[in-house]
Ligand binder design. Structure first.
Ligand SMILES: NC(=O)c1ccc[n+]([C@@H]2O[C@H](COP(=O)([O-])OP(=O)(O)OC[C@H]3O[C@@H](n4cnc5c(N)ncnc54)[C@H](OP(=O)(O)O)[C@@H]3O)[C@@H](O)[C@H]2O)c1
Length: 246
């Protein structure tokens, strides 16, 4: 994996779930990491877990565009180049539309759609300085526009459709800047599996009903590792043959 060593990677939402797992995985591979979260205590816990890895913590609330700008100002004091942005942070919205009030809906879209777009927008000047710049946009199979009928929370799915559209359009809009954007669309991920959990423990607790985050990390490696091709979109589902997240 020498071609990937020493890359500079910014992961948003690194204080929980998939983001934390990816932080550990790419720290092990020798990446220089810029790890975002919104909660200082969670960032401190992440730092403790990563020990002597090469990382910088960044804090901002994606609901607040000013806070995003301040985070990028802080980043600019550390580096002027980012090779890989993993756009992973997202709001939570599991309720049906009729059970959500308008303010909660606005906040959710502000974090998940506006926040995601603004982070990408402000990361572009850093990505432009990379020789092989990548944005990996963590969408969801629920955000992969394939079926006319979807089963799942409509606000979450529509926000995922929005960020899928964002990633797909950026594939041409910022191609001239040398930045490749991939929509990575996983089904259910065992996001609570800690880095280092044995395969046997994973199978015992999850069976084949969820994706091991290790496989998601390997999917990111695959995307980054393509030398003569461009992975624009990648859908990954649990191995259960009955899984029908789409
Ligand atoms: N888990 C799955 O089955 C699954 C499947 C498909 C796609 N995905 C996608 O994968 C990504 C990660 O999922 P996950 O399950 O790991 O989610 P998670 O555990 O809820 O982590 C989300 C991350 O985003 C951060 N975040 C949320 N709101 C924020 C805000 N206002 N400002 C700044 N940061 C904020 C969280 O910070 P805190 O730690 O402070 O909450 C956390 O670090 C998401 O985009 C999700 O939609 C997940």
């Amino acid at each position: 994996m020498n071609f990937m060593m020493k890359k500079k990677m910014l992961i948003t939402g690194a204080t929980s779930g998939i983001g934390t797992y990816l932080a550990h995985h790419f720290a092990q591979l020798g990446f220089t990491l810029y790890l975002h979260g919104r909660d200082q205590k969670k960032l401190d816990a992440l730092a403790k877990g990563l020990g002597s890895a090469d990382f910088t913590l960044l804090r901002c609330d994606l609901a607040d565009t000013k806070s995003i700008s301040i985070m990028f100002e802080e980043l600019s004091l550390k580096t002027n180049v980012i090779d890989v942005l993993i756009s992973n942070a997202f709001g939570k919205m599991e309720n049906e539309l009729v059970k959500i009030d308008g303010d909660a809906l606005t906040e959710f879209f502000r974090i998940s759609v506006v926040g995601t777009a603004d982070v990408i927008r402000q990361a572009i000047p850093f990505l432009k300085h990379s020789k092989d710049a990548r944005i990996i946009n963590i969408v969801a199979d629920w955000g992969f526009p394939m079926h006319n009928v979807m089963t799942g929370p409509s606000a979450y799915i529509s926000a995922k459709y929005a960020v899928h559209g964002l990633g797909a359009a950026l594939q041409t809009e910022i191609a001239k800047l040398g930045i490749k954007t991939t929509n990575l669309c996983p089904g259910i991920v065992a996001a609570d599996i800690e880095y280092g959990t044995s395969d046997a423990d994973f199978i015992n607790s999850k069976g084949n009903s969820a994706i091991h985050p290790k496989d998601l990390a390997k999917a990111v490696e695959f995307i980054l590792g393509q030398e003569f091709s461009y992975v624009r979109s990648l859908v990954l589902t649990p191995s259960n043959p009955e899984y029908n997240g789409l």
